[in-house]
Design a protein around this ligand. Structure first.
Ligand SMILES: Nc1ncnc2c1ncn2[C@@H]1O[C@H](COP(=O)(O)OP(=O)(O)OP(=O)(O)O)[C@@H](O)[C@H]1O
Ligand SMILES: [Mg+2]
Length: 564
């Protein structure tokens, strides 16, 4: 139960308990005073003090309830904040490999739904249980003092009401669950169809799909109105029963009044207790289902937080890379698998200081995987990856990634101006710097032709061609000049003019940094220091452009297929 040990827990639970008990005492007290007042009507006594006392109790009750809710909400929100913080730092330290296992939706659910469930369930329950139990005990004692028979009758009636309301509530809960399942089912079906739309359009599936949807939707409709109808009955039916109990107590009270020493005032107090007494019974039962939901969420979150996602043998004394213009990168007998099947096998590659390597190969050959491993987005299974002769497992993760500038296959444009996009990550860059970076990236000419130049506002990547997006991303990297530079080129078709710009931009970025260029268009990488041809997670060929061309192997064939 470590998860819920928050800093100020004791302090808040204490305050919540105090005000819960205080509210319960005040609630139990006022029917007594009302009974007292009723008994004294018509007598010579001056009742103004009693009324003032009653007013004071009501005001105190208001203040106590207000403070109770105030501290409850503060505590609930503190707990939520704390859980979200813990979750976030966990997610941040989590290698992507696991991120995929924990489907994104589940993680988001932990941040929103589970967090709310825990804080609401646990905290609302604390106050409801404390004040409920206290109210029941205190009210029972006082009522027994007033009249034993009436108390016993009220107890029996309360239990009866409790059983009936449990029955109604559990029925509606079942229906709510069924309805939620049906809705989830319909949603996932809809999502499935929308995602696969392009596939389905080609065939004559449409009619079938619409029919299936209509059936699911109709089922949901039936459960929907039934659930809502039954749940709308819950309150009126418990109300009805407690009103009937009210009548029973009233009739018996009058009879007792005539036969024994019980006063009208005591009967009045009992009538008010009938109302007060049954409430905590219902509240405590509703709290139980809340607690169950909260516990389920709590279990999910704590298992997630407890799981050790970091890999074995990780050094805790992290090293920072020295500040340099570029580093050497070395893969030493690296093996890695996404699944049970080994994918990268015994991969070794040395990229000396400031050199540029191009990685080519057909789709799925493992090019992006190599980059993922260098960034420690995934942990390798075997071997070593060294930067500046330091094992990347020993390098502080933030420090490692800060030194690697990347233009990825699917890097997108953020909503904002071109200028802001280039300066992203370097918020202090001057306009001159931004313009220079764009010039080095050969992005300046197309940007200048946009209606507002660098101030053109871009809503999403679709407003630019993929090549232009890439040039902006290269400009962004140019601005920060990282010692290691990675460009994972998009596969899409890029016009010849943009291709020429990219080629020149690549030449520019490979000048100082140690760079890895993954290219699909072989024309852009001929000037790299050497070229690696990958196939099925292994290096098939390695050498300069002319060496590989002379070899007349896989690279040669790929090159010829692109230029013929
Ligand atoms: N998260 C993952 N889980 C399981 N398998 C994966 C994962 N990511 C990639 N793979 C698989 O690993 C192989 C290599 O993928 P990778 O992305 O490295 O290829 P690539 O050479 O970059 O291809 P492309 O040229 O299309 O970008 C592929 O077979 C791919 O399906
Ligand atoms: Mg790739």
């Amino acid at each position: 139960m470590k998860l819920l040990k928050f800093k100020y827990s004791k302090f808040y639970i204490f305050l919540i308990a105090i005000f819960s008990v205080l509210s319960a005492i005040l609630t139990i007290l006022y029917p007594l005073i009302i009974g007292n007042i009723i008994d004294k009507i018509g007598s010579a006594n001056n009742l103004s003090y009693q009324f003032i006392f009653l007013a004071v109790i009501f005001i105190l009750l208001f203040i106590s309830n207000m403070l109770l809710n105030y501290y409850l909400n503060i505590y609930a929100n503190k707990v939520s904040k704390e859980i979200r913080n813990k979750l976030f730092s966990k997610v941040n330290s989590m290698p992507i490999k696991y991120m995929e296992k924990y489907k994104n939706g589940n993680i988001i659910n932990m941040f929103s739904l589970d967090t709310e469930n825990i804080s609401n369930g646990m905290i609302q329950s604390i106050s409801k249980i404390i004040s409920g139990v206290f109210t029941i005990i205190l009210a029972t004692i006082i009522m027994l003092k007033l009249n034993i028979q009436l108390t016993l009758i009220l107890l029996v009636l309360s239990l009866f009401m409790f059983i009936i309301s449990r029955f109604v509530i559990s029925r509606t809960n079942n229906m709510f669950n069924k309805r939620a399942n049906l809705l989830a089912n319909l949603n996932s079906y809809t999502e499935e169809i929308i995602n696969g739309k392009t596939n389905f359009d080609n065939f004559n599936y449409n009619e079938q799909i619409i029919k299936k949807f209509a059936i699911k939707n109709n089922e949901l409709y039936k459960y929907g109105y039934k659930t809502q109808f039954y749940s709308s009955l819950t309150n009126p039916s418990t109300r009805l029963i407690s009103n009937l109990a009210y009548i029973v107590i009233a009739i018996l009270g009058i009879i007792f009044c005539k036969t024994s020493s019980i006063t009208i005032g005591t009967v009045s107090s009992f009538l008010i207790y009938t109302n007060i007494y049954t409430r905590p019974f219902n509240e405590i039962t509703s709290v139980f289902s809340e607690i169950q939901t909260a516990l389920a969420s709590y279990r999910r979150v704590s298992i997630f937080l407890k799981t050790n996602f970091t890999v074995k043998n990780i050094n805790t004394n992290y090293i920072k890379l020295p500040e340099k213009d570029n580093y050497s990168i070395e893969f030493k007998n690296v093996s890695f698998s996404y699944t049970d099947k080994p994918f990268i096998k015994d991969f070794s590659l040395l990229i000396p200081n400031g050199k540029s390597v191009a990685i080519v190969g057909k789709t799925g050959s493992g090019k992006t995987t190599i980059i993922n491993l260098l960034n420690r987005f995934y942990e390798i299974d075997d071997g070593k990856i060294l930067i500046n002769n330091i094992n990347i497992k020993d390098i502080e993760l933030n420090n490692l990634r800060k030194n690697i500038g990347m233009v990825l296959q699917d890097t997108k444009i953020f909503q904002g101006t071109i200028k802001e996009n280039i300066a992203y990550g370097n918020p202090n860059a001057s306009f001159k710097d931004i313009e220079n970076a764009a010039k080095l990236a050969y992005a300046d000419s197309f940007i200048s032709n946009l209606p507002d130049g660098y101030n053109t506002f871009i809503n999403n990547s679709d407003e630019l061609s993929e090549g232009q997006v890439q040039l902006i991303n290269i400009a962004r990297i140019m601005l920060s000049k990282p010692p290691i530079l990675i460009l994972d080129e998009a596969t899409s078709n890029i016009d010849l003019l943009t291709e020429a710009s990219i080629k020149k931009a690549i030449l520019e970025i490979t000048k100082n940094s140690t760079s890895i260029i993954i290219a699909h268009r072989l024309s852009t990488i001929q000037n790299c220091d050497f070229i690696v041809f990958m196939d099925e997670g292994r290096i098939l060929e390695i050498g300069t452009h002319s060496e590989l061309m002379n070899k007349k192997g896989s690279y040669y064939n790929m090159y010829k297929s692109q230029f013929e």
